[in-house]
Design a protein around this ligand. Structure first.
Ligand code: DAK
Length: 257
């Protein structure tokens, strides 16, 4: 049922979001984008959640793209407005999310699916994962930030090659391209994502948010990343986390954030 197209499990400070349209290989439709947006908004202010893992249900796909059946009927204006709306509601929202978002790429991550994974802060893949931006084979280009984020991650030349050929690469090649941070046996993937999330959770949430903001600023041509870093650095001083972190060091104990 469409109402269950997104499974949410919050446990031990981690929100595990599972896109759940396995029969359509978890293709992203408007309803799923809206549900993800709503859920992420709640998680943003939930003090019990320190990080998010996004994955796909079933063994075959993370997300096999935007729902082709849904966007096939759009005209030029509708396409443009949907791209803008989707980028703002989901892809930019995730990229600028103040808590780390990890993509657990458990299978096909194609088109909008790879764009979703690329909007996440960290990508871990199963050894069965396959990735690509095949939009040109459908007569469109990546519309959810893919032309920008792929080039940022793998460099302009490889991005141009992947996008113009629409070629699908396997997990090892994606690792080689630095499109993913690491590759694991598929049965270990979620566990490895959780281990990473726990490692991050030991640190100051406030400082982590400031680090995400500063790193992102370096890729935003309207901002000066160094200036954002200076301001974000300053904003850490005097916070509870800063007091706890520095006190713990001086008292030779582990911080309790
Ligand atoms: N959309 C809708 N349904 C999809 C789908 C998709 N992207 N991908 C797979 N499915 C559905 C199939 O239609 C099939 O449904 P039934 O026929 O059983 O009803 C079911 O999932 C199983 O798929 P297959 O039978 O094809 O499974 P195979 O193992 O044979 O092949 C495959 C797996 C991943 C190689 C194949 O399904 C495939 O090539 N899928 C399409 C991959 C693709 O081209 N993805 C990129 C889509 S383009 C936009 C912004 C962004 C975008 C678009 C608009 N706007 C703002 C408007 C982005 C565009 C894209 O993502």
């Amino acid at each position: 049922m469409e109402a269950h197209n997104l499974l949410v499990k919050i446990d031990n400070s981690i929100a595990l979001l599972t896109l759940n349209r396995p029969k359509q290989l978890n293709a992203l439709n408007l309803q799923l984008i809206n549900n993800l947006n709503q859920e992420l908004k709640k998680i943003k202010t939930d003090k019990n959640v320190k990080s998010v893992i996004i994955t796909g249900s079933g063994e075959k796909a993370f997300v096999a793209g935007a729902d082709i059946k849904e966007f096939a009927k759009l005209n030029r204006e509708e396409g443009k407005s949907l791209a803008k709306n989707g980028q703002k509601k989901l892809f930019d929202f995730i990229e600028n999310f103040p808590k780390p978002v990890i993509a657990a790429i458990n299978g096909f991550a194609l088109g909008g699916g790879l764009e979703l994974a690329m909007a996440c802060h960290i990508r871990l893949a199963s050894n069965y994962a396959k990735m690509g931006l095949p939009e040109v084979s459908l007569g469109v280009i990546p519309g959810y930030g893919g032309t920008q984020r792929l080039a940022q991650l793998v460099g302009k030349g490889k991005a141009l090659e992947m996008i113009t050929t629409g070629r699908i690469i396997d997990a090892n090649q994606a690792l080689n391209y630095r499109l993913v941070n690491n590759v694991f046996e598929s049965e270990d993937l979620i566990l490895k994502c959780k281990e990473l999330a726990h490692q991050i959770a030991k640190n100051s949430s406030n400082a982590i948010s400031a680090a995400i903001k500063s790193i992102n600023a370096g890729f935003d041509s309207s901002l000066n990343g160094f200036e954002v870093e200076i301001n974000s650095f300053g904003s850490c001083f005097g916070t509870d986390d800063f007091i706890e972190g520095t006190s713990a060091f001086l008292e030779k104990r582990k911080p309790n954030f």
